[in-house]
Design a protein around this ligand. Sequence first.
Ligand SMILES: *Cc1c(COP(=O)(O)O)cnc(C)c1O
Length: 383
Amino acid sequence: MPFPDLPDDLNALAAQGLLRSRRILESAQGAHITVDGCDYLAFCSNDYLGLAAHPVLIEAACRGAGQYGVGAGASHLIVGHSEAHHQLELALAAFLELPRTLLFSTGYMANLGVVSALLGRNDVVLADKLNHASLNDAALISRARFLRYTHLDLAHLEQTLAGAKGRRKLVVTDAVFSMDGDLAPVPELLALCERYDAYLLLDDAHGFGVLGTHGRGILEHFNVQSPRIIYMATLGKAAGVFGAFVAGGDELIQTLIQGARTYIYTTAFPPLLATVLLASLHLFREEGWRRAQLRELIAYLKEHLKTERWQLMPSDTPIQPLLIGSNQEAVRIAEALRLQGILVPAIRPPTVPKGQARLRISLSAAHSKDDVRRLCDALNAQA
Ligand SMILES: *Cc1c(COP(=O)(O)O)cnc(C)c1O
């Protein structure tokens, strides 16, 4: 054992109901999955459009493997940047109506790469308190001053911006908050950025493909475009595959290619995945019914869950958290549902603030109304 105090730390986590463990998924991702030998109706994935096992995408994966093999074999700047990667960057830019995009292997790496390529010791990051961990880690490794404002509190942000001294100021926020499902007020954030000469990094991991009539995410939802916005989204959630990208002007993308360490010093993701993602973007357009289905299911859940018993958090997105409070109680209810064949994850600190453990229900276009009814019935019958 590397450090003799490790068991004590693990026991302390267990005593607080905070020990995490993994289940083994034995099927493809979807509304109905097999885990540890049992079949479940699942509300756990970020596969919001139900594309992760779409036959068209599986076929594209085989085609991509036939053309490129399975490994990129090098970083983008050496010889790992395939024609498929390149076409995907162009297709994403066209889809979003933005000048350029740059692919990263994961959203975590994209956030680290962007913030640390743009900011240093003399700069300031202003961050919503409920931002994703990767945005916080990004601020820390950039060595910029890291100032956090109360969740969605524009007055607090303004006060912080007014007092912030630095060469560059960057406001960073989840566009859709990953554990709450609520939205950043982008037009108001942008107005503040303009007033205080700051820039705005939007992490649209949960909005891309989901929000807006065409799935263009938070930008389409609010109908905003601005040279002050640095847009980032992931490709492992609604797009159903893997990866992430940053979108913006030519100078931004050039700067990232020159300086984003998580872009430069890592292997490009497999080109076959870029082939699949091109097909996935196609499905955003061709199968718009998936977004409509998702909206119907969100309304259906809100309508059928007993409000005297359950407190859904204010969210209109597929992320529908049920606030529970105590860690043990959240785990107990998740376990009771599991015994009835329904999987909903209990989310505990430090992923959410202390005392705000919750069940994070995530809906997918792969669910049917019957699936959602089964979940509501099971929850409504809970003591
Ligand atoms: C999932 C997520 C990420 C990380 O993306 P990966 O591609 O999974 O690394 C970043 N930001 C937010 C808000 C996320 O929900």
